[in-house]
Design a protein around this ligand. Structure first.
Ligand SMILES: *Cc1c(COP(=O)(O)O)cnc(C)c1O
Length: 379
């Protein structure tokens, strides 16, 4: 059976974990955490980053940092993972769902402005499949209405936005951005995440939130002579074991990315026989980081038949999110959702993800694509 995902070890992971263990310090903010932090700052020019146990934790840090309170509204795409919304509703926010684009599962940038009210506190965008949201449009709105802008870049490591002049890494646009290293993502540490703090006004506050509400980080950085309880916070540090594993992956990011891009391009080329409407679309300002290869089937029934056909031929293909506004959790809220979320519903019922992992070989890609083309010829 060809799996949907397979964890890839780039080489030095276990050696770095031994090194961390032998160093005698395994709790957070040690040598490997600092190496990871420096790596992100150098590679993508981020001013401030904090390694966390997951992207979900990093999103919760954002909610704490911007003081989300009951009554606040936060605009979130309807077609995303639960955590994008839950991190904010945990602190009492009402989630206002935005639809997907017609041509892409990512948030419809043009649908956001009419969702803004006097209670709106933040816009959270998700770079679905690592494909950039039109950040200039969203940044303009955040500025115009004085809202926080947060990028859930869980899937978007090493992806860029390009506007003809500037080529900027995703994660560099929002006041905050979050990445995931869950083992279904491009760069992994089992569980793991990163908070990027681009708004320098929140640099000290996020340090304290990270360190359980203390100024311990300032103490270790030599900025204060004792530390204590100074703010809200929680235990948002990742262990050195996580950091050691992750650092090995980061050192080999070019190898991992080149392989994934090659696989993505082979899929795109070999499936060229399908109706172009069924293939993934990239806006001209978005670069591809090969997080995901999906096809847009034409109905839920067709998707179910194709999943079963692939399965009976040894291939695992999977669908993705359910529309958040239709979830049991949201049904129990009094959020009065009236806006059109039909694109989100369409992607939830028709999008199909194909196997994508570094060790997926030419032979397997050929097999998967042949099966899909045969399925559509038979129809
Ligand atoms: C994977 C993912 C998350 C959650 O990441 P964790 O590290 O598992 O917490 C959040 N948002 C999106 C869009 C994701 O794809």
């Amino acid at each position: 059976m060809i799996p949907f995902n397979k964890v890839f070890l780039s080489g030095p992971e276990l050696n770095y974990i031994s090194e961390a263990v032998n160093s005698g310090k395994l709790s957070g903010d040690g040598q490997f955490t600092r190496k990871v932090h420096s790596w992100f700052k150098e590679k993508y020019g981020f001013d401030k980053v904090l390694l966390t146990p997951s992207c979900t934790h990093a999103l919760e840090m954002c909610a704490m940092a911007i003081d989300i309170k009951p009554g606040d509204q936060v605009i979130v795409p309807d077609y995303t993972f639960v955590s994008t919304a839950n991190a904010f509703s945990n602190y009492g926010a009402q989630i206002v769902f935005a639809d997907s684009r017609v041509d892409h599962p990512g948030i419809d940038e043009n649908s956001i402005e009419k969702l803004i009210t006097s209670k709106t506190k933040a816009i959270v965008v998700v770079h679905y499949a690592g494909v950039a949201v039109d950040m200039e449009k969203v940044q303009f709105l955040a500025k115009k209405y004085n809202l926080f802008l947060i990028e859930d870049a869980a899937q978007a490591i090493d992806s860029h936005y390009y506007n003809g002049e500037k080529r900027l890494p995703l994660g560099s646009f929002g006041d905050f951005a979050t990445f995931s290293f869950h083992d279904t993502k491009n760069i992994i540490s089992g569980e793991g995440g990163l908070l990027v703090v681009n708004n320098s006004k929140y640099a000290d506050k996020t340090d304290m939130i990270w360190e359980k509400g203390t100024n311990r980080k300032a103490f270790f950085d030599g900025m204060v002579d004792k530390y204590g309880w100074v703010s809200k916070g929680s235990s948002f540090l990742a262990s050195e074991i996580t950091a050691a594993f992750l650092y090995a992956q980061l050192e080999n990011i070019d190898f991992i990315q080149n392989n994934r891009l090659e696989i993505w391009n082979k899929y795109f080329q070999k499936l060229g026989a399908l109706d172009s409407e069924m293939l993934p679309y990239l806006p001209n300002y978005a670069e591809n980081n090969a997080h995901m290869f999906y096809i847009k089937t034409r109905s839920t029934v067709e998707r179910r038949e194709l999943i079963n056909y692939l399965k009976s031929n040894g291939v695992t293909a999977v669908f993705h999110y359910l529309p958040l506004h239709q979830s049991d959790f949201v049904k129990n809220q009094s959020w009065n959702i009236k806006n059109d979320l039909s694109n989100s519903i369409r992607y939830a019922s028709t999008l199909l993800r194909l196997p994508m992992y570094v060790e997926l070989g030419e032979f397997e890609i050929e097999k998967i694509c042949d099966l899909i083309i045969k399925f559509y010829q038979l129809k």
